[in-house]
Structure formats: C-alpha cells, structure tokens
Design a protein around this ligand. Sequence first.
Ligand code: AMP
Ligand code: MG
Length: 479
Amino acid sequence: MKFSNLKLSTPYLKLDSVFYTKVEPTPLEKPFLISTSANAAKLLGVDEDLNLDEALVAIVNGSQKLEGSETFAMCYSGHQFGHFAGRLGDGRAINLGKVNGQNLQLKGAGLTEYSRQGDGRAVLRSSIREYLVSEAMFGLGIATTRALALIGSETDVARERWEKGAIVLRLSPTWVRFGTFEYFNSTGEHTKLKELADYVIEESFAHLKGQEDVYLKMYGEIVKNTAVTIAKWQSVGFNHGVMNTDNMSIDGRTIDYGPFAFLDDYKKEYICNHTDRDGQYRFSNQPATARWNLEHLAVALSPMIHYELMDEILDDVFRPTYEKVYNKIMCEKLGLQSEDKEDKDLFYELLRSLELANVDYTLFFRKLSSYDGDRSSILDICVNREYTDKWLGMYELRLEKEELPTSKRHEKMLKVNPKYILKNHILQEAIEKAQEGDFSMVNDLLIVAYKPFDEHPDLEYLVKPVPMSAKNIKLSCSS
Ligand code: AMP
Ligand code: MG
C-alpha cells in the first residue's frame, strides 16, 4: 500500500458540531521533506517507501488531500498549571481523518477557530523535537502518539527570533484529551459528555462495550493506563514539562511534547520547563500531578458517573498500578529476578545515592548492566564516589541471592537499560545542523530511536557526554 492511496474516514465528524470546527490547512511556502518513519507508516498498512511517494509533501503540507479526508480542529479545554483555562482546542493542529485505527493530524498547519493569539504554526526546532521523541518513546516501550513525517519550509515564523515553519504528521489512536470532557462539563452541555464517552469507548475501550457500569469502567481504564505510562516515564527519567489536562490523552499515552527532557544527572526535583516557576511539573511531582489531573477528569465526568465511585477507583487503582509497574521495571533495571521484600529499599537507596553522586541516570544503569565486581567501572562516572560505593556493597550482597549467571543477567539488563536516550544537548546539535540544511543527524537519531538498547558502532557520537553547561538545563516553552 502506498501512503497517498490511503482512504480515510472521519468518525469524529459524526459527533455534534460543537465538538469540532471544520477548517482548511494553510500550506507552508516551499515545503520540503526532512524525514519519514517507515516504522510509523506500518501502523497505517503502508509498506511502500514514503520517500518515493511524490504526493507525500503536498499531503503533509495540507495542499493535497487523501481520499475521504475532511479537515477539522477539535474543541477542548483544560487545567493549565492548576487553573481552569476555558476553551482551548487545536490551535495549530488540523485533523485529516482516520485509517487502520490511527487518526492523522498535521501539527503547525495554520490557523483554526481555536488559535486564540497564536499563529497556527510550529517551528522547525520544536517539530524536530516532537518528531524524534514520539518515535524514541515508542522505541523505549512507552505509550505515545507517533510521527510519520516531518517537512520544513521557507515560511518565516516569529518566536524569540525568526524561525522557519515546519509540520509534523502525527498519528494517534485517539486525540481526545481529559480537557475534551472538561470543556463539555464547563459549558453545562452534559448530554455531550455522554456522547463523547460513547465515542471514547468505541475508539479506545471497545472491549468494555455492552458491559455494566461501562462509563465507570472507562474511567478505571483511563486511571490504569495513565498510571502505567507515568511509571514508565519515571523509570527512564522522562520529564514531560507541561502536564496540563489538555495534554493528557484519554487513553493514557504520552502526548504533546514541548519542553520535555530526559534527566542527565539524576536530580529528582529537576524542572525542565523554564516557565514552571513553582516546579509544579517537576520530575518528582509527575505521579502526583497525574493523579490530580485524573481527579479533575472525574469532576468533569461527575454529571454522568457518581464522583464517589470514581474517587474510590482512583484510590484503588492509581497508586497500586503505578507502584507495581515502577517496582517491576526497577527490578529489571537492576537485573533482579527473584523477589525480595527489601528490593524496594535497595532501589530507593540507589536513587538517594545517585542524587548525591552527581551521575548521569542513563549511563549509570547502562554501566551497571555489565558490572562484574570492578567498582571503578561505575565509580569513575560519579563525581562523588562514596555514596555509589556504599550502594554497590548493598547491591553485591543482594546479587548473592540471585541464581542467574552474571552473563545472563548482563544480557537481560542490556535489553532494559537504554544506551541511546534523546538528551537535549544532542537534540540541540541536531536542530542547529537542521537549521543549516543538514538533516543527517535527525535521521541518525531516528535510527537509534527505534533500537535504543542496541549497540550502534557507527552512531557512537550520539551518546557523547553532556557538557557541564548543558546539564539538566531548563527549556523555553516557545514552539
Ligand atoms: P500546548 O501547551 O503547546 O499543548 O498548547 C496549549 C494550547 O495553545 C493548545 O490549545 C494549542 O493548540 C495552543 N497553541 C500553542 N501554540 C500555538 C500556536 N503557535 N498557534 C495557535 N495555537 C497554539
Ligand atoms: Mg497541547
């Protein structure tokens, strides 16, 4: 199947017209292809080379349509930094329609009904970030929206300085957000909540159809999926940066990448978003923020589901799911197979020592994945060695209880502790090259995004150490 031969349907447009506004994309000037993802294309059943599809750029630029496509922007609201923000909606994302369970969307394709003061555009810098991290999160096994293609252009876009406009063609099984429900609760259109819930069940939770208490069960699934995703974020050191309820996907996947970061040195109070002055969305606060967001989703759903029942589910499901998944991953990262009631202490002690050691989170676990008792191999990457040294003593004692031979343990650990992680300093280098017209690093990063646990001898330059000046920096929200 060729991408430009896809036939789309538009189930969202069967909802009442208050859910969306039809809008035509505004194409960029002199668009050109930067990168495509064959891996994401597979989701659509596309197996012919995207790079040879002569209509691809025009479709991503919105100047040509796939068969059946009717373009529209979705309406939603949300809590931003704890405050209800009124009507938001897709201010620069335009939906094309759906095929193979994936909704296609252009980010940066021009003004919509919901653009407010914005220009409807996305710049090359933020588009490269979103394009690569979508695929990198997938490679890490974390639920995420995907990216199929990235185009650049000669359109000037005003940010802190002039930048060039770009568009990412994003894919997701759903683009409904917690904030979509919040909008229809805030306007008092409570029949619309039910209409939306039925749509969400059909689109994302079809296995619940026909069951008793189906709406309550839907809420339970949202809580569970969200807890799983956040546990995975914490395990890889991912800081989202803008966990507003409009950036929370209804099926729990990671969505809307802005000033995100993967931890360099392990610092649990790290704040990646420069505008997050109080650190509301700091790394350590992500589980609590997700729970807060789920509480506000429950408020939005309360005209159709008893709030107390949702609150009970939140209590019963969120924390236990989060802890189960997080603890399991951490045991895997340490190569522990047998269960030991003291393991939790072992990895909380580890996190405490990492914090004090000033050591790169990703590199530490990768090194530990071939640890054979030679402590200097690990201590040499720590600025403060004593804390890690003490912890390694605890770890060695714990390993004595394991039956798996060391080589087998190493093999397993190397499959769960990534070597390649999309650090901001590497991304920044790729962006600066791309701004000069060299997209080779973007495409190299895409290769390692899919196989972050493998060795890529030709691409070692993508794991170079973070310069001191770039460690755990804060990023601007401008995009
Ligand atoms: P974000 O935090 O990027 O997810 O965006 C929050 C809201 O602002 C969403 O409704 C976006 O669609 C909208 N928005 C962000 N940037 C722009 C832009 N350049 N033009 C129009 N709307 C935007
Ligand atoms: Mg958003």
